[in-house]
Design a protein. Structure first.
Length: 97
């Protein structure tokens, strides 16, 4: 279950490639870049300053089981917080005399 030969490179037996999650994060980054362009920021000079993921409220549905029973069928969404910041150029400290 989930064992891949490609994970041997990282000295593991199980590996995952979360394509759906990566597409969602790439969409967030593109949206953040377009927001930065709208605010007249230099998009080539942006750095990811903060990323935080929080669990959101579960979506509850039901699945029908054998013998007339009903079981839970919950989704587990999340809120992703992404903050970008322009990279500041370092200022040299003046020499003390």
């Amino acid at each position: 279950c989930g064992r891949t030969a490609q994970a041997k490179e990282f000295k593991l037996t199980q590996g995952r490639w979360p394509i759906k999650s990566c597409k969602a994060i790439l969409g967030l980054l593109k949206n953040a870049e377009s927001n930065a362009e709208f605010k007249n920021l230099d998009t080539d000079n942006l750095k990811i300053w903060h990323v935080c993921v929080h669990a959101a409220q579960q979506g509850r549905r039901r699945t029908y089981r054998a013998h007339g029973r009903i079981g839970p069928y919950c989704s587990q969404p999340c809120h992703v917080e992404l903050i970008l910041q322009e990279d500041e150029e370092p200022v040299e400290k003046p020499k003390e005399e």
